[in-house]
Each structure stands twice: as structure tokens, then as C-alpha cells.
Design a protein around this ligand. Structure first.
Ligand code: GAL
Length: 676
């Protein structure tokens, strides 16, 4: 979808969309009247309808009952509420399970996952695909021209709760996918290294999905199976999307991502297929840094959207009900969460869900209208938030820009999880969070990028642990450095190629020349072992990992002072004519990352603005104005130096802006001279 299309998204309402999943089928029709009245009170302008309604919309194969949905959409329209209409294909009806046992998902242990829950039919099964396309087509035909409907919501969180299947349809589809990828069995044998452990196949017909086996399965096979499983889900999406696009009125089509929490979907590829990126985010409530992880999720979502505005499709007003201990949000936390997403590019914020369910698996999940009704803190905060978002309407369409990028690659994550590795403590996600958190603490905005992306606009790129790196992507990183970029690479990066084979150059792979070194041998540490580092960055420590690094041009910034690699390089820097590549051979703690990045920022010209007292400041830019979001996550009032107009109060700000503990202020200022 082009920028021009996005600018007009959604056709209504304008500004920052506000609302949630609306599941009226769970309620008596009299409640619907109360719903629309309350939606009006809270300023709700967009609701997602019908996500789990397949069994009601099509109670028997080919027999559609749209009457109730007609009434819901008409009612919403009369009350000025727009609809993000869902295809209900994440909740196949009982009749589909009954008629097509062959379409049940089979897990790696051979168990067949039956009905009674949601979201699990084999994406490769013809019966499921046909039925999904049929219901999507019927909805498109009936509702594309309904004035309430402004966009389509396909399925729900593809890949959740299961993204992989081992049934006979999947076996066949996997082999077809492999045939398309490799052409013949010899190429597959070579790519998968099947000479190891006598796994050589005589024909593609012998290949099966990597299900239960005696011991470790072939990691390359598992990696390709992850790619295949993702591709099958994406094909299902594309089938539905195309049916919706073909309708009489062409509306934007989305499907809700789970940016940092979906293991099975390569959203870089999905992002190319949707008209609009939308995302669901739930705090891990017990984490003290949950707001930092929220920021990471939102930054990744914006990056998936290519910097364009995106839609927060779901978050929660208070507690969820599926974590071990579901902490309720504190006063003000919901608005702070919502506005953190908006600060990072969301042009809409919706919740799961409108009204708390009395029955079913999610009856203890918070909602916009809680069980306790409207004389409640949650409801009052919901209504206030709706009003606040209206005041921020002019922010819609503006962009959040970053000068720093962090690599994020689902394929590398899959490869990292596909085999025996030198230490169980290797953890790509942990390293990504660690580097991201330091950027957050330094007040440095960042984007996420695929290792093969154009990096030219960034002053600094961080590879927290990119185990899988194709030679082509490695060249991309090398080109970036040689044309003036600053690259930070943490250990266990660039080790294998796209088939999970160790690079011919050895353990430091094709990044060796970029980094000015060679990794001779890994030397992982014991579970609680720490190593001391000495050198120009000060006295630091590492754990989890050490390795024997042989220098080939790089200078040493820190040495291992003890442990298995004593005396060897632990942190290095290779200066090229224009740019610089930094390497870290152990797991630095927060202090180590802070010291390292401080040195890197100085060379990269990255300006920091640490969130003093928990006051996070994020900017969105438009041609005519900049919007400064000041989010106080701390316990005390903070002050920000800024000039402009505070949009939530309408007050002029002449220099000093007070931001009370826990609250958010948004200031329209003069446009920022972009440095990119
Ligand atoms: C989401 C899902 C919603 C609801 C919500 C509860 O992952 O899309 O339907 O289950 O979680 O937090």
C-alpha cells in the first residue's frame, strides 16, 4: 500500500483510531444498545468484529446466517463506529472438524489436536483452505460495501497457538515446497548435509517433516521446516486477502502480528503482504522493565511497517489471564502504555476486548467495560484515554525516526533453536533485549532491520547475536562499514549460512575481515562462572561465553583477565578507512554494554538523552510540526525543557513542562531538522 493510501487509512475515523475487539455474539441483543451508548461515551471509533464467529456465521457447510451481523454492523454504523471486519478463520467450526479429521493438526509427537479451543487446523489441508476462502468470500460479497466497514482483519494471530503440523497433507506440502526450493534430492542432500549420521535420501519422496525421532534431528531440515510452516500460513493469508481485494469495494487488509512474541512467523515477509501493519502487544506483567519491552515491540512493529504508521490492534486495559500471575495495571499505566505505542508510530490503539466475557477461557481477562461495570477506575481511564486520543488527532501520519538500527532476523532465531549448540545459555533474544535496553536507557531511538536491508541511513547498527548470516547479508554489513557505518557485533554471530552450515571461513564466518579477527575456538563458561575484563573500557565482567580470538588487524579494547581465554581479546575494534566494526567475545552485563556503547556513540556521532528519573522522551515528526511525547514511568514528577503547545491540555509551554509521576504529556513543537 502506498503512502497516499495509508494517509487515507482508515477511511473513518480520522486521527488516532480507538476501540477494541467487539464480540457481541456473546451477549443478548439488549446489551448491544448499552455497548454503542458506552462506545459513544468513551469515544470509540473503530471495533474489530467477528474474529471468532465462524460457527455462528456458517452453522453448516455453505449455509450462511448473516442476520445478526447485519444488525450489529447497522447498529454500529448508526452510532458512528467503524468496523474492522474479521474473517473468522482462526476458529474453525465443529462441523469442519467433524467432516475433515484429515485437517486436524498433528503435533510433533503424533497427537491430533481436535476442536473445543481455537485456531488449530492444518494450514496445508485443502478442506481448511477451501472453507476459509469460502467464508472470506461470502463476507466480502455481503459486507465490502457496508458503510461501517473500513478494513478487513484476516484470521487472528497466524501461528498461534500452533504454527506447525505433521499430518499427511503437511508431509506432501513439505515435499512440494522442498522440490520448489531444491529441484532435486541431490541438492537437498548437499544443503542439509545428510552425509552426516547416514541421513542421505534417495528420493524426495522419502523426506518427512522433522517430527519425533530418537535424538537430535537434522538442524538444516528443521530450519527449512520452520520456513515451510511459515510459508504455508502466509499462503492461507494471501488466499483470503486476494478474495477480499477482489470485492466490489477495495478496502485495506491486515492481519494482527505479535511482533516480538510470535516465534513461527517471519514478519519481514508478512509485512510485504499486508496493506497495513497491525500488531498485538501484551506486557509481561511481572517484569520491572515491561515498559521497555513494550517500546521494543513497538519499534519492531514500526520497522516492519517500513516506518509508516501502524495500528495497535490489541493490548489490555489491565490484567491478562494467561500469565502465571496476572498483575493489574496501576492507575495511569494503561494510558502510558497506549501512548508509548502512539509515540512509536501507532495511528490507532485498540484493546482486547470491549466487554469482559462472562464465560469461556478468557473470562478473567480485563476489558474496556469490566465485569464491575462503569463505576470503575478502568472504565474512567478508558473514557479519558478516548478523549486524549481525540486531542492527538493531528499526530496521525507523523513519523518516528531513528539513527540506530538493531538486527532482527526470524530465520536466525529458527536456526538458533534448531540444533545442539555450544552452550544452553546462548540466547539471541536475551542479547537483543540487553542491547535494546541500553539504547532505551540512553534515550536513543532505534529501528530494527533485517541483515540484508539497506543500512545507509543509520549511524550505528548492532548485531546482538545473529547466528545465521548469509554471505550476502555479511557483505551487506561489510559494505555498510566500509562506507562509513559503525557496526557492533556480539559473539556467536555470522557462524552459519542460510542452510545452517558453518561458513567455510570458520567460526567468525564471512565477517572476519570486517571485524579484523578470527575466532579460533569457542570457550563457553560454566553456569555461574564470571570472567573479568580489563582494558580501555574499564574493569568489566562477562559470563556465559568466552572464545579464543586471533587478531587480524583489530585493536583490543578489553582483554580477558581470567577464565578459559585469559589474556586474549574480549572486546575489539577494527577501524576501516571510513567506518568501524566492534566485536564483543563475551556476554557483557549492563555496565559493560553501557561502557561499550558510550565509546561507540562517540565515534558514530549518536546523541544520547537518558530518561532522567524515568522520563522517556520520544518524538514523532511531520513536515509542519514535531510531537514530543514525554512519558513519566517514574515515581516522581519530572521536568522537560521544551517550547510549544501541550496537546492533551491545550496549554502553551514556554520552556519548562512538568510531567507528573506516571503521566504523559504531548507537546507540539516546531518541526525538527531531520538529520537523515
Ligand atoms: C491475543 C488474542 C486475543 C485474546 C488476547 C488475550 O493473543 O488475539 O483473541 O486471546 O490474546 O490476551
Amino acid at each position: 500500500m502506498s503512502d497516499a493510501d495509508i494517509a487515507s487509512w482508515p477511511a473513518a475515523p480520522r486521527g488516532i483510531a480507538f476501540g477494541g475487539d467487539y464480540n457481541p455474539e456473546q451477549w443478548d441483543e439488549r446489551v448491544w444498545l448499552d455497548d454503542v451508548r458506552l462506545m459513544g461515551e468513551a469515544g470509540v471509533g473503530l471495533v474489530s468484529v467477528g474474529i471468532f464467529s465462524w460457527a455462528l456465521l456458517e452453522p453448516a457447510p455453505g449455509r450462511f446466517e448473516f442476520g445478526w451481523l447485519d444488525r450489529v454492523l447497522d447498529l454500529l454504523h448508526r452510532h458512528g463506529v467503524s468496523v474492522d471486519l474479521a474473517t473468522p478463520t482462526a476458529a474453525p467450526p465443529a462441523w469442519l472438524y467433524e467432516a475433515h479429521r484429515d485437517a486436524w493438526v498433528v503435533d510433533a509427537d503424533g497427537r491430533r489436536l481436535g476442536p473445543g479451543s481455537r485456531g488449530a487446523m492444518c494450514p496445508s489441508s485443502p478442506a481448511y483452505r477451501d472453507a476459509a476462502v469460502a467464508i472470506a468470500g461470502a463476507l466480502a460479497q455481503r459486507y465490502a460495501e457496508h458503510p461501517a466497514v473500513v478494513m478487513w482483519h484476516v484470521h487472528n494471530e497466524y501461528g498461534a497457538p500452533v504454527s506447525q503440523c505433521h499430518c499427511e497433507h503437511s508431509q506432501q506440502a513439505f515435499r512440494a515446497w522442498l522440490r520448489a526450493r531444491f529441484g532435486d534430492v541431490d541438492a537437498l542432500n548437499a544443503a542439509w548435509g545428510t552425509a552426516f549420521w547416514g541421513q542421505t535420501y534417495a528420493s524426495l519422496e522419502q523426506v518427512r517433516t522433522p517430527a519425533a525421532a530418537a535424538t537430535m534431528l537434522n538442524p538444516s531440515q528443521r530450519l527449512d521446516y520452520a520456513r515451510f510452516s511459515d510459508a504455508e500460513l502466509r499462503e492461507c493469508f494471501v488466499l483470503e486477502r486476494d478474495v477480499l481485494h477482489a470485492a466490489a469495494r477495495r478496502l485495506p487488509v491486515t492481519t494482527n502480528f505479535m511482533a516480538t512474541s510470535s516465534p513461527g512467523t517471519d514478519y519481514w515477509q508478512w509485512a510485504r503482504e499486508v496493506d497495513l501493519v497491525s500488531n498485538d502487544h501484551y506486557l509481561t506483567a511481572e517484569r520491572d522493565d515491561a515498559h521497555v519491552m513494550l517500546a521494543m515491540d513497538a519499534d519492531l512493529t514500526r520497522s516492519l511497517a517500513g516506518g509508516r504508521p501502524w495500528l495497535l490492534m490489541e493490548h489490555s486495559t489491565s490484567a491478562v489471564n494467561w500469565q502465571p500471575r496476572n498483575l493489574a495495571k496501576r492507575a495511569g499505566e494503561m494510558a502510558r502504555n497506549t501512548l508509548s505505542h502512539v509515540a512509536r508510530g501507532a495511528d490507532g490503539a485498540l484493546f482486547f476486548q470491549w466487554r469482559a466475557s462472562r464465560r469461556g477461557a478468557e473470562k478473567f481477562h480485563s476489558a474496556m467495560v469490566p465485569h464491575a461495570g462503569t463505576d470503575t477506575r478502568v472504565w474512567r481511564e478508558v473514557a479519558e484515554l478516548g478523549a486524549d486520543l481525540e486531542r492527538l488527532a493531528e499526530v496521525a501520519g507523523s513519523r518516528t525516526r531513528a539513527e540506530v538500527a538493531v538486527l532482527w532476523d526470524w530465520e536466525s532465531n529458527w536456526a538458533a533453536a534448531s540444533g545442539w549448540h555450544p552452550s544452553v545459555d546462548l540466547d539471541q533474544r536475551e542479547r537483543t533485549e540487553a542491547f535494546y535496553s541500553q539504547l532505551w536507557r540512553d534515550g536513543v531511538s532505534c529501528d530494527f532491520v533485517h541483515p540484508g536491508d539497506d543500512l545507509a541511513g543509520y549511524r550505528l547498527v548492532i548485531a546482538p547475536q545473529t547466528y545465521l548470516l548469509s554471505a550476502q547479508s555479511a557483505k551487506n554489513l561489510d559494505d555498510y562499514v566500509r562506507s562509513g557505518g559503525q557496526l557492533v557485533v556480539s559473539y556467536f554471530s555470522g557462524v552459519v549460512d542460510e542452510h545452517d552450515a558453518v561458513h567455510p571461513e570458520g567460526l567468525s564466518g564471512p565477517l572476519g575481515a570486517t571485524l579484523g579477527l578470527r575466532v579460533e575456538e569457542f570457550a563457553p563458561l560454566r553456569e555461574t562462572q564470571q570472567v573479568r575484563l580489563t582494558g580501555a573500557l574499564g574493569e568489566l565482567s562477562g559470563d556465559v561465553w568466552a572464545e579464543h580470538v586471533v587478531l587480524d588487524g583489530a585493536e583490543v579494547l578489553a582483554h580477558f583477565a581470567d577464565g578459559p581465554a585469559t589474556g586474549g581479546p574480549a572486546v575489539t575494534r577494527q577501524r576501516h578507512e571510513a567506518g568501524t566494526a566492534w566485536y564483543v567475545a563475551t556476554r557483557l552485563g549492563a555496565c559493560g554494554i553501557e561502557a561499550l556503547l558510550a565509546a561507540v556513540y562517540a565515534e558514530a556521532g549518536v546523541v544520547t538523552a537518558p530518561p532522567a528519573g524515568g522520563l522517556e522522551v520520544v518524538r514523532r515528526d511531520a513536515a509542519e510540526a514535531s510531537y514530543v511525547f514525554a512519558l513519566n514511568h517514574g515515581e516522581e514528577e519530572q521536568e522537560l525543557l521544551v517550547h510549544g503547545t501541550e496537546l492533551l491540555s491545550g496549554a502553551a509551554v514556554a520552556g519548562r513542562l512538568s510531567v507528573p509521576a506516571g503521566s504523559v504529556r504531548v507537546v507540539r513543537t516546531d518541526p525538527h531538522p531531520s538529520r537523515r
